[in-house]
Design a binder for this molecule. Structure first.
Ligand code: UCC
Length: 635
């Protein structure tokens, strides 16, 4: 040990030449393993071989340490202090602090075990019997128990904190998500299924399922799947769903179909779509032919219920989650929606799972920043700690601004959901919930990938090393912009909800943003930011007024930029609103100011640059397909 202390200062003192000469002689020596004494041929020029096991010790670099993620999260704490009623705040704060401790002490390691032991499919048992067992690791099973114990679904339905219950539940999931080994995936669908059942009515045949989905008892707790994706497509559910529902004499159905992606296929039950076959053997095409079905996955003996697992998917990330292709070959099911109301009924599930997706996105952004900033306090380069390098801190500050904005958007959506579920939502709230759910999902899904990618860079080469656990965060983040609707599909969903509400959803957003800006306008430090958001809102209004007179194809081309504009403007208003609060810090004000420096209304900017004109699609295609034999070149 004393030798360590002797040698390292000498390294730092510029004796590298001598060290490397010693090293090459040392490496060429035949007996280097575990040597405690200097090899003889080194003579007395070095007190001890520099790179012997005893001198380098077992660590080479400092590692980032996960501290209690709740206690480290200033914005979450401030958000709760500002909004929660006093009594709820005490209980929620104590529970989140305790849960944060459990994450550090127990859950994070289980999550790593889930990462390292992905599920396997056993098709046959030793005696040739087809069993289709999806084998998951013990840590995955433990996550299920923990999810029940901690009420990670139940809290949303017990509603002990009234309109703030969803904020409480989602805050907990937000802490859990980056450590959960993706167990948040089945929880998202479980929550979505509970929501669908609640909205359709907790009656036979789903009352037992509802009780189990929302149970805190690990023995009772069930998870649910959400099987929407078939071979013909994941986005185009209306024409892609081929599953047939054959009615049985007892009023139940048997489902026959092929589900191309089913996530968390080890769940206990599922909600899925199918087409009822009428007495003439016919089905109705499109969305109007789809109904929603409830099915239990296994029978009383634990055997799969008319399901064959074709294979597990080989995915870029989310490898912890069993995702499978399923042949439904007579799966017994109950129709729980009216005939032809399948999509509208499962839309409630989509709302919930898209909010969970947003939770996961914001959570992974926050987690990578927590790790990166912790690492920056101990990583010593170019003569000082990383945290003392302004360019490095600037990079983290940019990540922080994005993450704060995304967090406030997430919490707003959770608050709105809580208000809707407790009957407290105004019309404006309901419109905002419908509009902001896809906006938040699409925006944060993309940002998560960018922020985590930047975050990996904060660890240099270590961020690229699998066994640090960091690359997994990037791989898992990549799905967030894909599942539950891709960025473009959600942008079109935004358009659809604007059209269906005849613009009322947009009006709600304008009203809310204006109110927030007015309330903050007395704060001198925020006046320039208020002006920026206000003027972006004006430009958005101008764009929309002009666009409604144009053909639908125009709006379709503008859909993604429109969704981004809504996200950036609304987040700007939220950051300003938070910064104007009396409990806000200088950092909160600074975050709002920085946010408002970007183009908050890209749809206007791009419109001015003719991105959506009638001739643009042809130019885009010519650009993309230049040199390709697949498409005849027109220009
Ligand atoms: O990706 C998947 C993986 C599961 C893993 C879960 C993880 C969750 C996160 C975990 C975090 C760690 S599962 C599959 C994902 N697939 C999708 O998301 C589908 C994407 N496609 C769409 O969203 C489409 O827009 C469709 C399927 C909704 C469009 O279908 P239609 O038939 O064209 O829809 P319509 O005709 O526009 O709407 C039919 C009805 C209407 O109601 P009514 O009939 O009353 O007028 C719509 O208003 O459904 C209503 N509706 C909605 N309501 C449609 N979309 C919505 C919505 N988003 N919210 C409310």
């Amino acid at each position: 040990m004393a030798v360590h202390i002797l040698i390292y200062p000498r390294l730092a003192a510029g004796v590298k030449g001598r060290v490397f000469r010693g090293l090459s002689r040392f490496l060429s020596s035949s007996n280097v393993q575990g040597r405690a004494e200097p090899p003889e041929e080194l003579g007395d020029s070095v007190e001890q071989p520099i790179f012997s096991r005893s001198s380098i010790g077992t660590f080479f670099q400092e590692r980032p340490v996960l501290n209690n993620p709740f206690l480290e999260d200033a914005l979450l704490q401030k958000y709760l202090s500002r909004h929660l009623p006093t009594q709820a705040l005490g209980n929620v704060g104590a529970d989140l602090a305790k849960f944060g401790e459990r994450i550090v002490r127990e859950i994070d390691a289980l999550g790593r075990q889930c990462d390292e032991n992905p599920p396997r499919l056993q098709h046959y048992d030793a005696w040739g019997c087809r069993v289709d067992n999806i084998l998951t690791c013990p840590a995955w099973a433990r996550m299920k128990e923990i999810s029940a114990e901690e009420g990670l679904v139940a809290a949303g339905y017990e509603r002990i904190y009234g309109e703030w219950s969803r904020v409480y539940q989602m805050s907990k999931l937000y802490l859990y998500s980056p450590s959960a080994g993706l167990y948040t995936c089945p929880l998202a669908m479980t929550d979505g299924a509970a929501k669908v059942i609640e909205s359709l009515g907790v009656t036979w045949p789903v009352e037992k399922a509802y009780r189990r989905l929302t149970s805190r008892d690990p023995q009772q707790f069930w998870t649910s799947g959400q099987w929407m994706t078939e071979r013909k497509g994941g986005s185009d559910v209306a024409s892609g769903t081929e599953t047939l529902a054959l009615s049985q004499a007892d009023g139940t159905y048997k489902l026959h179909g092929f589900k191309w992606f089913t996530s968390a296929t080890d769940s206990d039950m599922t909600l899925t779509l199918g087409r009822v076959v009428d007495v003439h053997g016919l089905t109705t095409k499109g969305s109007k032919g789809l109904s929603l079905f409830y099915a239990e996955i296994r029978d009383q003996q634990g055997r799969l219920n008319g399901i064959e697992v074709q294979r597990l998917k080989d995915k870029l990330g989310t490898r912890q989650v069993p995702t499978a292709e399923l042949l439904l070959d007579g799966l017994p099911a109950h129709r729980i929606s009216d005939e032809g109301r399948g999509v509208a009924s499962i839309a409630n599930m989509l709302t919930i799972t898209r909010i969970h997706n947003t939770v996961a996105a914001v959570a992974v952004m926050r987690r990578i920043i927590q790790l990166a900033r912790e690492y920056a306090t101990k990583r010593f380069v170019f003569g000082k700690f990383l945290k003392e390098h302004p360019l490095h801190v600037q990079t983290m500050a940019r990540m922080e601004v994005e993450t704060r904005g995304a967090f406030l958007l997430l919490m707003k959506v959770c608050q709105l959901l809580g208000r809707e579920e407790t009957g407290l939502a105004s019309n404006i709230d309901l419109h905002l919930l419908r509009l902001l759910t896809p906006v938040a999902k699409l925006y944060t899904g993309k940002q998560a990938v960018a922020i985590v990618s930047e975050g990996l860079e904060c660890f240099g080469g270590q961020g690229y090393m699998e066994d640090t656990g960091l690359p997994r965060m990037l791989r898992d983040a990549q799905v967030l912009s894909i599942w539950e609707g891709t960025t473009n599909i959600l942008s079109l969903d935004v358009l659809r909800c604007l059209a269906k509400s005849r613009g009322q959803t947009l009006e709600a957003l304008f009203t809310d943003v204006k109110a927030k800006l007015t309330a903050a306008s007395g704060n001198q430090a925020l006046v320039p930011s208020v002006t920026v958001v206000d003027s972006a809102l004006c430009r958005l209004g101008q764009f929309v007024q002009a666009a409604v007179r144009r053909p639908p194809s125009y709006m379709e081309l503008a859909a993604r930029d429109l969704a981004y504009s809504l996200a950036r403007i609304y987040i700007g208003a939220l950051l300003i609103d938070h910064a104007a609060w009396e409990g806000a810090s200088h950092a909160d004000i600074y975050a709002a100011q920085r946010w408002c420096e970007q183009d908050l209304c890209p749809v206007f900017t791009k419109d001015v640059s003719s991105w959506y004109n009638l001739e643009t699609p042809d130019k885009d295609a010519a650009l993309v397909y230049e040199g390709s034999p697949l498409v005849p070149q027109s220009a």
